[in-house]
Design a protein around this ligand. Structure first.
Ligand code: GLA
Length: 717
């Protein structure tokens, strides 16, 4: 070889070695996901974990395919399966090109894959959020064959792990006992977490999981990913541990009964899978996700929220204008921002006096509300209270004018008996006319009553006997198109009413996903408002959802003291649903002060970093704290559960404070004329002391169902 060529070759090799042009790097400040482009044009995942220096990836060459296809040589669960026009049920995805660009905090990567034999392409998208250490990924599928291609699997993401052993934390439940946390070791074979409910899809399983790698993780220890799918419809996660203990995690829409016929040039965009990697336990993962949600998903994620008084548990559907006006006065007395009128205000031919009739007929009930909604908004505003209203726009009672007028708008099977859930049926949101109707419910309400400041959007049943007259011979598109129909309605609502706060409710926590939060400001986690139960429910949600999304109302459910119930509501987005006029004078004074206290500390609770210090799953108490971004103030919540003789609690080590700062410890939200019993109340300690030695928050005789809120404020001395 001539000397010149030698130098050139050396240069080329060293550039290749340095820049590793055969690798694609998806990186945040701390996390890296690395792909290799093979000589065979296969793109393989060679690394996922803490970010290393570029040279460390040099020798990582063995990997697993980025988006496993079906039909050729893959014998495991595929990410995608397509049947071509000629009946060929296989796909070969080879690297075509990729591009990457940086946009402030985000690095956006697109990897284009093509089938060499069929005009079929898949683009895999990644948005890596540097500061939050979160990666969002989704795919786009398209083709130029002559007729539709049938897709039977179409994942949003496939991730590979080689940790040997894996522990999966899932959050499952049922009505009134949502998001119960359970952790198990994955054995060889497949474990699926999925929903086929169609609407209200998170009822039994939420689409959130934590996967611990190598060993179980705790709050501050262990490697893991925490992942969730931004999709309000049926979802499915497949965890497949193979014969070599490699794990594949496939996330996406549940393909159950949902073969999708993709027309030529139509783009099938999968939902986004959002995950964070933590090498130091679940606490960091939650903080990463909370920040990401507030900054990138949740509507007005960093804006203030309103406190409210709701009338559901206080009155159910029995009220009239007079009673509501009294309740406005109670809201004013309490000092909350808003009154929320719940179910039961509508229907004339079939008045909504219980859940058996009226759903779908969104006209004020003339006998209960002779002067309509406008009068209520006005009455409330006279008292300085804002007004909000409950709607359940996707549903219909068979006993309704809507049902009589538009039977074709309802999901129900031909030749089968109608199947009811809570005496109602689901409207067919795949149908554009139904979408117009649903948009119109909100638009009409807002146009007639521009003073309405809040909506609670409910969805009280899942789909059964699902069949759409509108979809004709494309019934397998129903679950997907329903969810897209829901989004298209929400898009229209948000275009016209961009900042109207809307609570997402689904008979409790049936709809709690990141995509929905783009359109909603908060969600109703459970119809179970017993404060003891709520500690577990709100604890479960706290892994993925920031506290400003978790509505928590003080109610009379449960037998705990008002102080305990209030303290539990305060760790979330506090509201009330209680008969204020039944309060004693002391209770009223306490509650008025609580509303004021909450407005003082809510910013820390909503936007601070969450540290779960002691889990109610581990001890008969729950302790958590929020620390503001500048570490100048924190709020700690301590709840004693049903205690037993054996319970004896050690000091609690705080977290997230600045070691060198000094902080004053002060118990707040005390009952009137009741001094704090905490031995450290009023004392000043360094952050280091509080985190290394800790404080005693279980002094004296321990009592069941008691609680404390502690303000930890920086003192400059
Ligand atoms: C659902 C909600 C409740 C309430 C009722 C009204 O159950 O979760 O909060 O709004 O509907 O019917």
């Amino acid at each position: 070889m001539k000397p010149f060529s030698c130098i050139l070759l050396f240069l080329l090799l060293s550039i290749a070695g340095k820049t590793q042009t055969d690798k694609i790097f998806i990186e945040t400040n701390n996390t890296a996901l690395v792909y290799k482009i093979g000589k065979d044009k296969k793109v393989t995942q060679v690394y996922i974990g803490n970010k290393l220096s570029r040279s460390d990836y040099k020798d990582l060459n063995a990997g697993q395919e980025i988006y496993l296809t079906a039909g050729i040589d893959n014998q495991f669960e595929p990410a995608i399966r397509a049947v071509h026009n000629d009946g060929n049920p296989s796909l070969d995805l080879q690297f075509d090109h990729y591009n990457q660009r940086k946009e402030a905090n985000i690095t956006y990567t697109q990897i284009m894959l093509k089938d060499p034999a069929y005009p079929f392409q898949v683009t895999i998208h990644f948005k890596a959020y540097n500061n939050e250490n979160v990666i969002k990924t989704w795919t786009e599928i398209r083709h130029q064959e002559k007729k539709p291609v049938m897709l039977t699997q179409y994942a949003s993401s496939l991730l590979h792990f080689n940790a040997g052993q894996y522990w999966l934390t899932q959050f499952h439940g049922d009505w009134a006992r949502e998001v119960q946390m359970a952790e198990e070791k994955l054995s060889n074979g497949i474990k699926n977490i999925e929903s086929k409910l169609g609407t209200r899809t998170n009822f039994y399983q939420t689409q959130t999981f934590i996967l611990s790698l190598g060993k179980p993780s705790s709050e501050n220890d262990g490697k893991l990913i925490a992942g969730t799918l931004g999709w309000t419809g049926n979802f499915k996660y497949t965890f497949e541990v193979d014969q070599k203990n490699g794990l594949r995690v496939i996330s996406g829409i549940n393909p159950f009964a949902s073969e999708y016929y993709l027309a030529p040039n139509e783009v099938f965009t999968t939902p986004e899978f959002i995950f964070t990697y933590s090498a130091t336990g679940k606490g960091l993962a939650s903080r990463n996700l909370h920040k990401w949600v507030r900054n990138n998903a949740l509507l007005d994620g960093n804006a203030p929220r309103m406190t409210l008084l709701n009338n559901w548990e206080a009155t159910h559907t029995s009220f009239n204008e007079q009673r509501l006006t009294e309740l406005f006065a109670e809201a004013q007395q309490l000092g909350v921002d808003l009154f929320l009128l719940d179910d039961g205000w509508f229907g004339n031919k079939y008045p909504r006096n219980d859940d058996k009739a009226g759903l779908g007929d969104w006209q004020p009930d003339r006998s209960k509300l002779p002067n309509g909604i406008a009068k209520l908004v006005q009455e409330a505003s006279v008292l300085g209270v804002k007004f909000g209203i409950w709607l359940e726009p996707e549903m219909v009672n068979p006993k309704s004018e809507l049902y009589e007028k538009h039977p074709e708008w309802i999901l129900k099977l031909p030749n089968r008996a109608e199947s009811y859930g809570r005496n109602q049926l689901v409207l067919d949101l795949t149908n554009p006319s139904v979408q117009d109707f649903v948009f119109g419910i909100v638009d009409d309400m807002m146009t007639k009553n521009p003073g309405i400041a809040f909506i609670k959007w409910d969805c009280n049943r899942s789909m059964t006997n699902a069949y759409s007259t509108y979809l004709k011979d494309r019934q397998s598109h129903l679950y997907i198109n329903y969810t897209k129909g829901f989004y298209s309605v929400m898009e229209r609502i948000r275009k016209k009413y961009p900042h109207l706060p809307i609570m997402l409710c689904a008979g409790g926590g049936g709809r709690t996903d990141y995509k929905a939060l783009e359109y909603f400001t908060e969600f109703w986690p459970s119809d179970n408002t017993d404060a003891l139960e709520r500690i577990f429910i709100q604890w479960g949600y706290s892994y993925f959802f920031p506290s400003n999304t978790i509505s928590a109302h003080v109610t009379s459910m449960g037998k705990q003291s008002l102080k305990f119930r209030t303290d539990v509501a305060m760790m979330g987005k506090m509201g009330y649903d209680i008969r204020v006029n039944n309060f004693t004078e002391k209770e009223l004074e306490f509650s008025k002060n609580a509303v004021k206290t909450y407005s003082d500390i809510s910013d820390i609770i909503w936007k601070g970093d969450l540290y779960r210090l002691i889990s109610p799953y581990d001890q008969n108490r729950a302790v958590l704290m929020y620390v503001n971004n500048s570490q100048s103030r924190a709020v700690l919540f301590n709840y004693h559960l049903n205690l037993r003789k054996k319970d004896s609690f050690s000091k609690v080590l705080l977290e997230g404070l600045a070691p060198s700062k000094n902080y004053r410890i002060r118990e707040i939200n005390l009952l009137p004329d009741t001094p704090s019993a905490l031995p450290d109340n009023g004392k000043i300690f360094s952050g280091a002391y509080l985190m290394e030695v800790g404080i005693n928050i279980a002094a004296g005789k321990l009592q069941s169902l008691t609680s404390n809120i502690i303000d930890i404020t920086e003192i400059n001395r």
